[in-house]
Design a protein around this ligand. Structure first.
Ligand code: ITT
Length: 181
């Protein structure tokens, strides 16, 4: 069974819907400042490999807003804690271009080697928060082709189209290859 290292239970629940053979290892780890999620994941995998026995997985995600040149991006966790969804909406007040995307990079440490799997979901930032499902920026993100925010969808609906859902389906394929059932 793979361990997912996270202190975000929502993430774990989303991933477990697609990959049931997963255990949550609730552990905080430092995230370096870097320009890309891939660099952050690479550093975290190496950092954690000295502290965890055996194979494990991490998920680093971010929201990239076009009119803000990709902000909050790699700083999404800090920005969510500080200004939150209301702060993002305030930054975008009166801004016509609402395009944004979510990106997930799943990092896998498997038999001493690092792997990265990526998933992206394009959409727009809503005018006001809507919905109570999900977590984080879900109430202000409307995926392409939908009217609803992620927070107005069930976990299954979100997983079908989300950044994380896409990355985790690649993870499921990876596991099937290395752990055939
Ligand atoms: P870890 O312990 O796994 O690092 P975290 O919540 O810090 O948990 P991230 O750094 O990956 O996770 O997430 C960055 C921010 O983006 C954080 O505030 C999340 O709430 C938010 N976020 C991540 N995935 C999201 C999703 O699918 N929908 C909405 N917000 C999301």
């Amino acid at each position: 069974m793979f361990k997912l290292v996270t202190h975000n239970r929502h993430k774990f629940e989303e991933i477990r819907k697609i990959v049931p053979d997963l255990e949550m290892l609730d552990m905080e780890y430092p995230e370096i400042q870097a320009d890309t999620l891939e660099e952050v994941v690479e550093f975290s995998l190496n950092y954690l490999s000295d502290r965890i026995d055996g194979d494990f997985i991490i998920d680093d995600s971010g929201l990239f807003i076009e009119a803000l040149n990709g902000f909050p991006g790699v700083y999404s966790a800090y920005v969510f804690r500080t200004i939150g969804n209301d702060g993002i909406l305030a930054l975008l007040r009166g801004v016509e271009n609402r395009r944004a995307y979510f990106k997930t990079v799943i990092g896998i440490r498997f038999q001493g080697v690092n792997y990265k799997l990526v998933g992206i979901c394009h959409g727009i930032i809503a005018e006001e928060p809507r919905g109570t499902n999900g977590f984080g920026y879900d109430p202000i993100f409307i995926p392409e082709g939908f009217e609803k925010t992620f927070a107005e969808m069930s976990t299954e609906e979100k997983n079908r189209i989300s950044h994380r859902g896409k990355a985790v389906r690649k993870l499921a394929a990876f596991m099937d290859r290395f752990y055939p059932r």
